[in-house]
Design a protein around this ligand. Structure first.
Ligand code: HEM
Ligand code: HEM
Length: 211
């Protein structure tokens, strides 16, 4: 391990994600899941609900983009709790890669949506009459490609969220290694009692409830 990495691993890190990080995580989880359902709902409807659904979809999508950037800034400032030391290396790599992909999708999906509406030559109208500037010139071929990318990535997003949910439950219910508690919205009573499982796995994640 390089000196820089060793120094970073020795640096003090919070045992749980901060309260702000946890709040953003759960707020955005609800928003992203709502977006997937609103998206599928609006493309499958022929009713007048299409227009308000699309306006809500654009607005919530742009809010997700703003919150994702804020969340990455908070993450850079506050850091993350280390994964349990006894977590097998392939699982650590999978966790990190899946988090990169989740952040990537939380940023790419809204940008592709915004670019898609722009390239269709349509105004990017949000709730409250707010209008965003186009980020691409009108271009039919580009619009078709972005439409396909938006739909395909939405599918990947959904699949990744299911995997992430399964991983979260695996940590929380089977492995009980403190990973789920590190992101749980509120601290459970069990966390306040003496830990009963492997010290090495849980030490770094259990001890505080930092704000
Ligand atoms: C996290 C952000 C987003 C998610 C998860 C998301 C998800 C989706 C989904 C699931 C669909 C339906 C795809 C299909 O079944 O064909 C869709 C369609 C669409 N989305 Fe998004 N979207 C996001 C952000 C945005 C943004 C920011 C905009 C525009 C500013 C946007 C504009 C559209 C449009 C125009 C459609 C197609 C509507 C149609 O063909 O009738 N999306 N989106
Ligand atoms: C749309 C839904 C969701 C998205 C986009 C999402 C996204 C993320 C991201 C990006 C991280 C990494 C945080 C960081 O390192 O800064 C994370 C961590 C985490 N998420 Fe989610 N999440 C979602 C839903 C859920 C659900 C439903 C659960 C419940 C099982 C969950 C449990 C966790 C846990 C336990 C962590 C901490 C993992 C660790 O430290 O390695 N997430 N989530």
């Amino acid at each position: 391990m390089s000196d820089t990495l060793r120094d970073r691993s020795r640096a003090p890190r919070p045992a749980r994600f901060s309260r702000l990080q946890r709040s953003l995580h759960w707020l955005m989880a609800v928003a992203v899941i709502a977006m997937l359902f609103i998206g599928v709902g609006m493309v499958s409807t022929v009713s007048p609900a299409y227009v308000p659904l699309l306006t809500t979809h654009r607005t919530l999508g742009i809010a997700i983009l703003v919150l994702a950037v804020l969340r990455l800034a908070v993450r850079a400032a506050r850091g993350t709790p280390p994964l349990p030391v006894d977590l097998p290396r392939p699982m650590k790599i999978a966790a990190k890669l899946s988090h990169v992909a989740l952040y990537g999708l939380m940023i790419m999906m809204p940008l592709i949506g915004w670019a898609m509406v722009s390239s269709a030559g349509n105004p990017v109208l949000l709730l409250g009459g707010v209008q965003l500037p186009p980020i691409l010139p009108a271009n039919g071929a580009m619009h078709a490609a972005l439409w396909k990318a938006h739909a395909a990535l939405a599918f990947c997003f959904f699949a990744l969220i299911l995997l992430h949910l399964a991983a979260g439950l695996f940590h929380g219910l089977l492995r009980r290694d403190g990973v789920f508690e590190s992101m749980a919205p509120v601290s459970s009573e069990r966390r306040r009692e003496a830990p009963v499982m492997s010290e090495s796995a849980t030490r770094s994640r259990r001890s505080d409830d930092s704000a």
